[in-house]
Ligand binder design. Structure first.
Ligand code: SAT
Ligand code: MN
Length: 620
């Protein structure tokens, strides 16, 4: 660690420069500027080494942020509990600070860059006093990509630094490559906003009631203040890999999407790659690591949250996962719903936040097998199975290295990524949306994505269970005007190689049996590993083998075309899962209309035409 001194040496180099392990001018200037403003006691340049991990985690244990888990159960792993005011992404405090207001509209909060910077400079002023500032050189995607996507996160949180080591490729190798390439990088500033006066004791989870998560898309910069949690603070994730990257992707003709990537191998050995977009906490991680229940099919994982997709020389859309770890929702994860995630976690080297801590130094959460007779809840209170309160926050998370996943596809290491055959959009809907259907073409698929709807979850603060439109599952992550974003999707399909673009499907694992039809209100589809049956239908559609009925909303499987061998499901239940109820869909039309009205003239005419086409097909 380097103390920041006041004076320069005889060469004119500042003490910061003398102590910095780099000569990259842009990095030095950025770090010096942030340090001058935030006034940390020390600066630590991250190497990414095992020793550094040990030092960081030891430090976090010593200050009470981390509790070391029982090494026999969960080696090299830690439990953390956040402040209850800091448990999820804060969408109402998240801003796209583009120069022009229209470039952020209409789905984002906006503030002029100068105004936001003035406001945040005030907050940042001295905000790292009494703390260490960690400098994290990181790359999203591969270090040996044709164009590596670099970032520097400066943060006063050791928790964030340890988590970034799990979630991204970071450290000395990255710094060296940045120097060799004299590379540009995304500037990412993060502070928990909790300076320490001399002698003041720290708290286990420092944060601030005032929070700002600000993106400056034109400058490719991120300023985050006040939160230490997940996507608010691990700035490589949503802030960079989605908000900033989507703006880069618009400018450069590619796609940065909130999608898992999986590899599917059929019994005959044919391989397909699927990307799928669901809103946060709707089962992306489970689908990404699915264990097929149908014989002979194999799923391997490439990513569970973010896909960067570029057109390859062959005209196909190639996807890479820019991340290096999983930041998965813990509750509901168990040996049935996601055995591969359980096996990944069990290897250790993981951080668990806001789950329960058992008396024998293990973690537990709602939905996990074998509830302990007693545990400490995420709020630090005594908990037992008959407690009224939940042991774990609904947005509690495990943070674990992707390389520990037994079913990681070898292509994860290929900087070119994988050619995508199918894109799935999905949400959480009790009614209306069938288990699966295929879009008519790329533009119709774009319309399905643009109108994607889902009931809200605990991944963001706010009411849970309300239906909202979440276009491409990107509502909180589109870094520019959402109308332009839809236009960009339409443009991606306008190409000489349009026929090589992925086919687009829509899925809903969450439809319920209707009481008025004599149903019990429960889920119509068993989900989890059984979703392999839907993936099989998707593959067979692509190969021209699976039958479908053309309905007003798209191509829906015939009941026979879906492999239900061995499934305990009545014909009526299957029919209900696949049903397209014209009345229910007619009721969607005014909602879609209202949604599209928000975009005014910025809505691409193609999408308006798609809505009119749907209306006509529904006879409305
Ligand atoms: O907190 S994160 O944004 O990283 C997780 C999520 O909501 O997907
Ligand atoms: Mn996500």
């Amino acid at each position: 660690m380097t103390a920041i001194l006041e004076t320069e040496d005889t060469t004119g180099a500042t003490p910061l420069e003398q102590a910095a392990p780099t000569s990259h001018r842009g990095i030095l200037d950025f770090v010096a500027e942030v340090a001058a403003l935030t006034q940390p006691d020390e600066i630590h340049w991250c190497t990414g080494s095992d020793q550094e991990w040990t030092e960081l985690t030891d430090f976090l244990v010593s200050v009470g942020t981390f509790t070391r888990l029982n090494p026999e159960r969960m080696p090299n792993s830690f439990h953390a509990a956040s402040d209850p005011i800091d448990v999820a992404r804060v969408e109402d405090r998240t801003y796209i600070c583009s120069v022009a207001e229209r470039d952020a509209g209409p789905t984002n909060n906006w503030m002029a860059p100068a105004e936001m910077k003035a406001r945040m400079r005030g907050l940042y002023d001295g905000c790292m006093r009494g703390r260490t500032m960690y400098v994290i050189p990181f790359v999203m995607g591969h270090l040996d990509a044709e164009r590596p996507m670099f970032g520097i996160e400066v943060t006063d949180s050791a928790y964030v630094t340890a988590s970034m080591r799990v979630m991204s490729r970071m450290g000395t190798d990255v710094l060296r490559r940045m120097e060799e390439l004299e590379a540009d990088f995304v500037q990412a500033v993060h502070s928990v906003g909790h300076p320490l006066e001399p002698g003041e004791a720290d708290v286990a989870w420092p944060c601030n009631e005032v929070k700002y998560i600000s993106q400056f898309p034109e400058e490719r910069a991120i300023w985050s203040f006040g939160s230490g949690y997940g996507g608010n603070a691990l700035l490589g994730k949503k802030c960079y890999a989605l908000r900033i990257a989507s703006a880069m992707a618009r400018d450069e003709g590619w796609l940065a999407e909130h999608m898992l990537i999986l590899k599917l191998t059929s019994p005959a050995g044919s391989v397909k790659y699927v990307a799928a977009a669901f809103p946060s906490a709707c089962g992306k991680t489970n689908l990404a690591m699915l264990e097929p229940t149908i014989p002979g099919w194999k799923v391997e994982t490439l990513g569970d949250d973010i896909a960067w997709m570029r057109r390859g020389e062959d005209g196909r859309l190639w996807a890479v996962n820019p991340e290096n770890g999983f930041f998965g929702v813990a509750p509901g994860t168990n040996w049935h719903t996601n055995p591969n995630a359980m096996r990944t976690i069990a290897k250790g080297s993981s951080v668990f936040t806001n789950v329960a801590l058992t008396d024998d130094g293990d973690v537990w959460w709602e939905g996990l097998e074998n509830p302990p007779a007693h545990a400490t809840s995420w709020k630090g209170e005594d908990w037992s199975p008959d407690s009224e309160e939940l042991s774990s926050h609904a947005n509690s998370r495990y943070c674990t290295p992707i390389r520990q996943c037994d079913i990681l596809a070898p292509e994860f290491d290929d900087p070119r990524g994988v050619p995508i055959d199918a894109i799935l959009f999905g949400g959480r809907r009790r009614t209306t949306v069938p288990l699966v259907f295929e879009s008519r073409d790329w533009n119709h698929g774009t319309f399905l994505g643009a109108t994607l709807s889902s009931e809200t979850t605990a991944a963001a603060t706010g009411a849970v269970g309300v239906v909202r439109r979440d276009p491409m599952a990107m509502l909180p992550f589109i870094g520019y005007n959402a109308g332009d974003y839809f236009g960009h999707w339409v443009d991606m399909g306008k190409h000489a190689d349009a026929a090589k673009m992925p086919r687009i499907f829509y899925v809903n694992w969450f439809r319920r049996a209707r009481l008025e039809d004599g149903g019990d209100g429960g889920f119509l589809w068993p989900g989890f590993g059984e979703n392999s049956r839907v993936l099989k239908w998707v593959v067979e559609r692509i190969e021209g083998e699976a039958a479908a009925v053309e309905t007003p909303i798209g191509h829906v499987p015939t009941p026979e075309s879906l492999d239900t061998d061995g499934l305990e499901m009545t014909a009526a239940e299957l029919e209900a899962a696949l049903a397209v109820d014209a009345d229910e869909w007619r009721a969607e039309l005014p909602q879609i209309e209202e949604w599209f009205a928000r975009f005014g003239d910025d809505l691409p005419s193609v999408l308006r035409d798609e809505l009119e086409g749907l209306r006509a097909r529904l006879g409305a």
